[in-house]
Design a protein around this ligand. Structure first.
Ligand SMILES: C[S@@+](CC[C@H](N)C(=O)[O-])C[C@H]1O[C@@H](n2cnc3c(N)ncnc32)[C@H](O)[C@@H]1O
Length: 216
């Protein structure tokens, strides 16, 4: 048996009271998402966003691409960790949540750094590939049906020393329970199998809903 224990909310609170404070607009955005009801679960966890910031800072990364931006928590966290001269792109087909996100970017004075593309993920990524764009860190966090496509496209967009992160790869733990056979669980199992077979380096970190980290 590996040595892990269950991280409950009490432990999460302890972690947060002993690590870097969140930016005031991150806190405001978290409160805003809380009030959205069940769709608040779309946002990545605070620990995952902290991890994104850690990866950016430790590698001195200068660019970030995200597929699935929602109200902006993950991309705002990335922006706060990136330098002024960075390249930051978020792709999301939902104009309403994009507009909500932009309000928070403005409030955090990060709006000039972030470019939101309101489009279908596959089409927007194809356009970036045509332009031969490269990104240091790529987060895949949109429709699960297209995860394999997004991953293949991200490989073409990743810089040489870049990292690809994929959210929801443990899917509430359902991927490991063979009795659960709904469409999205099956999609995520297929994705995990695909990554396992791929020659890329990979770890699945049990934070948030499961965070896969891939690098060459
Ligand atoms: C899980 S949420 C992203 C959460 C975000 N990363 C955060 O931390 O707040 C998924 C987002 O993907 C977007 N989305 C779903 N299907 C898409 C598609 N085919 N193309 C572009 N965006 C899509 C949805 O509109 C939604 O905002």
């Amino acid at each position: 048996m590996d040595k892990n224990f269950i991280i409950d909310q009490n432990m999460i609170n302890y972690i947060f009271s002993h690590t870097n404070n969140l930016h005031k607009v991150q806190k405001k955005l978290l409160k805003y998402n809380e009030k959205l009801g069940h769709i608040k679960k779309l946002q990545i966890s605070i620990l995952q966003a902290n991890f994104i910031q850690f990866i950016i800072k430790i590698n001195n990364y200068k660019s970030y691409l995200e597929i699935g931006t929602f109200t902006g928590y993950s991309i705002l966290s990335a922006a706060l960790a990136l330098p002024k001269n960075c390249k930051l792109i978020g792709i999301d087909k939902n104009l309403k949540t994009n507009n909500e996100a932009i309000k928070f970017f403005k409030e955090a004075k990060q709006d000039k750094k972030i470019n939101l593309i309101c489009d279908n993920g596959k089409i927007a990524l194809e356009n970036l590939i045509k332009k031969k764009e490269k990104y240091d860190l790529i987060l895949i966090d949109a429709d699960k049906e297209n995860y394999i496509n997004y991953f293949k496209q991200s490989l073409k967009l990743k810089s040489k020393k870049g990292i690809i992160l994929i959210d929801n790869t443990l899917w509430k733990g359902d991927v490991a329970n063979p009795k659960i056979k709904d469409r999205l669980t099956i999609k995520l199992r297929e994705f995990n199998k695909y990554i396992k077979k791929s020659s890329i380096n990979k770890y699945i970190l049990p934070i948030g809903d499961g965070f896969t980290v891939c690098w060459k």
